[in-house]
Write a protein that binds this ligand. Structure first.
Ligand code: PMP
Ligand code: PLP
Length: 425
């Protein structure tokens, strides 16, 4: 893989921060090293001394003074080593990515910690997308993705999809306007990246089958594209076995995967991970050096202590409990939809994530319905238009989240929505 051809001029021009390199060198050195090099402030002047965090299972995470000092200090831009090691092991066990075995020059897999997967995604796009580039994605898609991509001035090309995600034959048709032999010609307009949410898509709830992923991966090979696999709902797949990921199929080093702890440990702590070819992860880390410097050390240590305490088994047991919750919520929402909206809307029950995507029959555009009338009825949903590439386009869909409301509240909300739709018809 020639990764240089994927980089924007800005990303290509990033250079390591000399001070950050010294800081990271110092953190790997024995305590006998006397460093006058770092620009780190003295944590003895900080007001915080220690911390103890109670877990719901009765355990306590104790940060003594030494750990707290470290938690309050600058740390490496790619993430604290023990959290990265834990996550690399998890990735290897869950996905056994072929690229993990590559030599660095062949795009060996690497990881970095990000402040939520949103930071990772935003930096991935800024690394890869030039004004005027053609970018492929299956809309409707996560509005945060559109917010990060659209200002880059790219031309977003929609790839048709259904409840099982991208339709490979449709992708093939979209790509057929280009000749695969022209991909590497200077000035070629062949898309270089494809973005998708493979599980429990936001907003559609769609989950891609292994077969479709294989077909899409083969098309990515044919046109030498990178695939951005944005998978924050991976751990919210309701049925086992979980679908194999793009990362698990990545024999070339063309997958950049973003993972998130937002839906399973905490959304406010802001922890995500980018997994991908080392030359690309290195570029993202240079961007982090120049922006946030690193994800909060305190946050990383808190999560890392928990994960090392739990080990992988405890983590996966926790995931099982989270899945059980969301599965019950999904069932409750689908049940209420059948009760109140049977004749008024259409939907596919999602097999992952936290969203039900509904097409309202006889409503041409849900924007007006939701923004003007729904509040009067005291029910709120997201009008589907915000997930479209052209957000002004009329859209008959709404997104309902089953994450936060009780089954009783969901039932009442759908009763109110049914009234609202009937009045609008
Ligand atoms: N600006 C200057 C002039 C600095 O010296 C530093 C820290 N060394 C920063 C900005 C970055 O500070 P922060 O840790 O708040 O990101
Ligand atoms: N990607 C998708 C598809 C999402 O739905 C979200 C959150 O809603 C994110 C990324 C951002 O997640 P994080 O909290 O990890 O930044």
């Amino acid at each position: 893989m020639n990764y240089a051809r994927f980089l924007t001029a800005v990303s290509g021009a990033r250079k390591p921060s000399p001070i950050r390199m010294l800081t990271e060198l110092q953190q790997r050195s024995p305590p006998s090293l006397i460093s006058l090099a770092g620009g780190a402030p003295n944590p003895n002047t900080f007001p915080f001394q220690s911390a103890s965090i109670q877990l719901k299972n009765g355990q306590t995470l104790n940060f003594d003074e030494v750990v707290t000092k470290r938690a309050l200090q600058y740390s490496a831009s790619n993430g604290i080593p023990e959290l990265l090691t834990w996550m690399k092991n998890l990735q290897k066990n869950l996905h056994s990515p072929p690229s993990a075995d590559y030599a660095p020059e062949k795009g060996q897999m690497d990881m970095c910690v990000t402040t939520g997967s949103q930071e990772g995604l935003c930096k991935v796009f800024e690394m890869l997308v030039n004004p005027g580039d053609n970018v492929l994605l299956d809309a409707p898609t996560y509005s945060g993705t559109l917010a990060a991509l659209q200002p880059l001035g790219c031309n977003i090309i929609n790839v048709p999809s259904d409840q099982h995600g991208i339709i490979p034959t449709a992708l093939k048709t979209v790509l057929s306007r280009w000749d695969p032999s022209e991909v590497h010609k200077p000035g070629s307009s062949v898309p270089r990246i494809l973005y998708t949410i493979p599980n429990g898509g936001n907003p559609t709830g769609a989950s891609m089958t292994a077969e479709r992923k294989k077909d899409v991966y083969e098309l990515a090979r044919l046109y030498d594209m990178l695939i951005i696999e944005d998978d924050p709902y991976y751990f919210l797949q309701f049925d086992k076995p979980w679908a194999p990921t793009f990362l698990s199929m990545d024999v070339d080093g063309r997958i950049i995967r973003t993972d998130s702890f937002s839906k399973i440990l905490s959304s406010g702590l802001r922890i995500g991970f980018v997994t991908g070819p080392k030359p690309l992860v290195d570029r993202i880390v240079l961007h982090i050096q120049a922006s946030t410097m690193h994800t909060s050390t305190f946050t990383q240590l808190m999560v890392s202590h928990l994960l090392h305490d739990w080990e992988q088994e405890g983590f996966l047991q926790h995931i099982d409990r989270v899945i059980e919750f969301y599965k019950r919520q999904r069932d409750a929402m689908v049940c209420s939809a059948e009760k109140w909206l049977k004749d008024l809307a259409e939907w596919h029950p999602p097999s992952a994530g936290m969203f039900l995507w509904m097409k309202l029959k006889g409503v041409a555009d849900t924007q007006q319905l939701i923004m003007e009338k729904a509040l009067e009825k005291e029910v709120l949903l997201v009008p589907g238009g915000v997930f479209m590439i052209n957000s002004g386009e009329p859209c008959p869909y709404v997104r309902a989240a089953f994450s936060l409301s009780t089954p009783e509240q969901i039932d009442e909300a759908f009763r109110r929505l049914a009234l609202l739709i009937r009045e609008a018809l």
